[in-house]
Structures are given as C-alpha cells and as structure tokens.
Write a protein that binds this ligand. Structure first.
Ligand SMILES: Cc1cc2nc3c(=O)[nH]c(=O)nc-3n(C[C@H](O)[C@H](O)[C@H](O)COP(=O)(O)OP(=O)(O)OC[C@H]3O[C@@H](n4cnc5c(N)ncnc54)[C@H](O)[C@@H]3O)c2cc1C
Length: 337
C-alpha cells in the first residue's frame, strides 16, 4: 500500500505529490491527460505562488510581474507588489516544470481517472490503487468531491472564463485588468512575444464579442496572431468540507470563488502543502482549519469585488474609486501577495 494517492496532476496535485515525496511519503498521481497539460487560465502567478514553486524546487520560465493595474476607459489604478515579483507563465510551461520535478523525485504518474472512491478504517482505494490517504486535486468539477457527496449547490450568478493568446510583444509588466459593465479582461505577459488575454463574465457569448467591450485592448491586439480559445466554468464551486475520512480536497477541488484576483495557482500550491503537512504529522482533520486560514483573505476580497461587479452601474465605479484611493488599492493588491 502506498502512502498518498493523488487524483489529478494539475498544479495542486503535482505540488501535493512533490511535497509528499519531500516529506518521505510515497505518492502516485493519477491524471487522464498527457503532459504538458494546458488549461483556460489567466496565467498570472502571485508572489506567494512564486515562493511556493521555489519551495517545491521548481524552476519555470516566464515574465516577471511587477503588480496589478486596473483600467476602465480613461480611469486607471495601479500598484506594485511589495518585495518579490509575480510570474506570468504559460500553463504548459508551468505544468512541464512541475511534472519534471515530480518525475525527478521518483513520483509515479499514471494515466487514468479517479471515479469511485472506497474507504476502510485504514485505507482508501481509487483507480485500482490502494493508499493510506487520497488527496483529491481533480479541479473545478472534482469527481471525487461530487462522488463523496461534498458538493454544495453553486450560486445563481454564474461566471465563466475564456482565454486566448496573442503573438505580440508585451507592453506592460503589470497584470492589466480591463473592466466593463459585464465583465473583465485580464492581460498577462507570459513570454517575450506572447500575452494571454482571459475574459471573465456572467454573460455567455463568444470570445470576440466579449473583447469588443474593450476597444483600447482590441486596438492593441489588432493584427496579432491569435491562438484557439479555451474556456472554463461555472467558476464558483463549493464544498461542504475538505476532509472526508481518508480523503483531503486541495486546489480548485476544495472549492473555488472566482478568478478575479488571480490566486488559484498560489492557493493550489499552498493548500497542497498544508494537506501534506497535516498528513505527515498524523493530524489529517486539522487540514480543514488550515484550509480555512489559508483561503480566508482570498474568499473575503474576491467575494467583495464580485458583489461590487454584479451590477453594471457599480462595476463601472470600481476603477474610478481605486484610482481616487491609491492607498486602498495598494493595500488590496498587497493583500494578494
Ligand atoms: C479563466 C480563468 C482564469 C484564471 N486566471 C488565473 C490566474 O491568472 N492566476 C491564477 O493563479 N489562477 C487563475 N485561475 C485559476 C487556476 O487556473 C486554478 O485555480 C488552478 O488551475 C487550480 O489548480 P488545480 O490543480 O486545483 O486544478 P487544475 O489545474 O484544473 O488541475 C486538475 C487536474 O485534474 C485532472 N482531472 C480531472 N478529473 C480527474 C479525475 N476524475 N481523475 C484524475 N484526474 C482528474 C485534470 O485533467 C487536471 O489536470 C484562472 C481560472 C480560470 C478559469
């Protein structure tokens, strides 16, 4: 019997496997997709996520991010991170780096999907593998969360995300968030000749139609080669709890608010680390409290911004208010670190 079976080889799952191995536990990852795995994502890693990658011994190539800039027509607000920078990075590069580090440490990554989960007093079995513990890192629509009856109904206000890359030299080292009454566009430089543009909205329509709401941005991107569009959602996913017997939920599988503050990767790494720390200490139930502590500030900040952006009229007040109150905006950006 192995120590830790990990369902899902995204950032949270690979981080869980790497931390397990570093803690002397044998880990196996079950992942249905072949490396390098791509995903709809804004691809901005907050400074705490960069520190999380460093703690895993992961080196990944991308573009340094200095801070966050909000833009709405002529209104602007920007704030730099205090101290270490963030990282704009293609998901394929992030996955490659995590995957190689895991394999280098001897983690076994097997193709497959985790479906039914069976537990006894001392073990858990899924995908034909028996382990002492299962860490579920199978993403936003976690089959493990659903199968264990841990799913809580989502909200009426559903948001979705779409992203595309443009072959153009980045014009900024900030993550630029362009606001409209019906959603936001997130511009992240990810390579010397590539920027990612993710749109988040409640309105379901095509990517180009969303982008039409941001004329300054479309003007910059005109003529640039564009990649295919990838989507994800609904974004809000809630779990009743994060620990169910010998199963611990991490990353998006543990519950997700929204991509508005770009913290999913950093939180995925942090919650994976916390889950393994609790397992290695023989105190699995303590993970629930650790998760709540790690995600509290994010849930509060993202929830507040989401509430303000719900109505077009209040959404249009966000950037002017932020530009009139630089200390408040700076404090909010630094709270994301
Ligand atoms: C539009 C958009 C923009 C975003 N922008 C940002 C951003 O700028 N910065 C940021 O930090 N975060 C951002 N996020 C959030 C971020 O993408 C996620 O929080 C992050 O990918 C979570 O990692 P994870 O490993 O938990 O899940 P995932 O990355 O989704 O990985 C889950 C893995 O599990 C696998 N899997 C699925 N089902 C099963 C199964 N049954 N058995 C086994 N494996 C399974 C999948 O193939 C996948 O590889 C954004 C999200 C969206 C949708």
């Amino acid at each position: 019997m192995i120590d830790v079976l990990v369902a899902g080889g995204g950032p949270a799952g690979l981080a869980a496997a790497i931390h397990s191995t570093l803690a002397g536990l044998e880990a196996v990852v079950v992942e249905p997709r072949t490396a390098p795995v791509d995903k709809a994502c804004g691809e901005g890693v907050m400074p705490s996520g960069v520190a999380g990658l460093r703690a895993l011994g992961v080196e990944a190539a991308g573009r340094e991010l200095r801070g966050i800039r909000y833009v709405d027509g002529t209104a602007r607000a920007e704030a730099s991170f205090r101290g270490p920078r963030g990282l704009g990075i293609r998901r394929t590069e992030l996955h490659r780096a995590l995957h190689e580090r895991a394999l280098g440490l001897g983690v076994r990554i097997v193709p497959g999907k985790v479906g039914e989960v069976r537990q006894t007093a001392g073990s858990v079995t899924a995908a034909g593998i028996t382990a002492r513990w299962l860490i579920a890192a199978d993403g936003l629509h976690s089959a493990v969360r659903r199968g264990l009856g841990l799913e809580r109904p989502g909200a009426a206000h559903r948001r979705y995300g779409l992203r595309r890359h443009y072959r153009v030299e980045p014009w900024t080292d900030f993550v630029e968030v362009h606001w409209s009454g019906h959603g936001e566009a997130y511009v992240t430089p990810v390579a010397d000749d590539l920027v990612g543009v993710a749109v988040l909205s409640r309105v379901r329509r095509g990517y180009d139609e969303h982008l039409d709401a941001f004329p300054d941005l479309t003007a910059r991107l005109r003529g640039a080669g564009a990649t295919e569009v990838r989507g994800a959602g609904p974004l809000l996913q809630r779990a009743r709890r994060r620990v169910a017997g010998r199963v611990l939920l991490v990353g998006d599988a543990a519950g997700y608010v929204d991509a508005l503050t770009g913290e999913g990767i950093a939180l995925g790494l942090a919650t994976a680390e916390a889950a393994v720390r609790c397992l290695a200490a023989g105190r699995a139930p303590e993970y629930e409290r650790a998760w709540a502590r790690l995600t509290r500030r994010h849930r509060l900040l993202t929830g507040t911004l989401l509430a303000a952006s719900r109505r077009p009229a209040t959404a249009r007040l966000i950037v002017p208010a932020a530009s009139r109150l630089p200390p408040v905006f700076t404090a909010a950006v630094r709270a994301l670190q």
